[in-house]
Design a protein around this ligand. Structure first.
Ligand SMILES: [Fe+2]
Ligand SMILES: [Fe+2]
Length: 155
């Protein structure tokens, strides 16, 4: 059984690394957003117990925020002359219990925070103020998601 919730895992939806151009980075981030949308919606639908009802709404709400992130990234990629990817990165599939689901998702969020921080620095170094501001805004959401998944896990 795979260990979840270390906070340092790069799986799932976390294997891509920032590299290459800013457009490459934005598309890598979009691929991850597309993956976690599906991952969190799956967890929303997987919950069948009464104790999980409040968590189900959390998974749903966070998945919808990730959808907004994917759209923001897509619009920015398009504006910059790129082609917004439609291919999600790897989606986590083997969580069964509520704790496994939340731990898997917390790991994805910790990865997201790290990757968005790196992307903010990259946009800043390239003098792209608008992209940097967008990434900072998304980063704030990801930090909020870390907090919410930690709360689900009682951490
Ligand atoms: Fe996101
Ligand atoms: Fe998130």
């Amino acid at each position: 059984m795979e260990e979840y919730g270390s906070g340092t895992s790069t799986m799932p939806a976390g294997t891509a690394q920032a590299a290459g151009t800013l457009l490459d980075t934005l598309n890598m981030l979009r691929a991850r957003e597309l993956a976690v949308i599906t991952q969190y919606m799956r967890h929303h639908y997987q919950i069948t117990t009464a104790e999980g009802l409040a968590m189900a709404d959390e998974f749903k709400d966070i998945a919808i925020t990730e959808m907004k992130h994917a759209e923001m990234l897509g619009e920015r990629i398009d504006f910059l002359g790129g082609d917004p990817t439609t291919q999600p990165s790897e989606i986590g599939r083997d969580a069964r219990t509520l704790e496994q689901m939340a731990s898997m998702d917390l790991a994805s969020e910790n990865d997201a925070v790290r990757l968005y921080r790196d992307a903010v620095k990259q946009a800043d170094s390239e003098g792209d103020v608008t992209t940097r501001r967008m990434l900072e805004s998304i980063l704030g959401d990801e930090e909020n998601h870390v907090n919410r998944f930690q709360m689900m896990l009682g951490r």
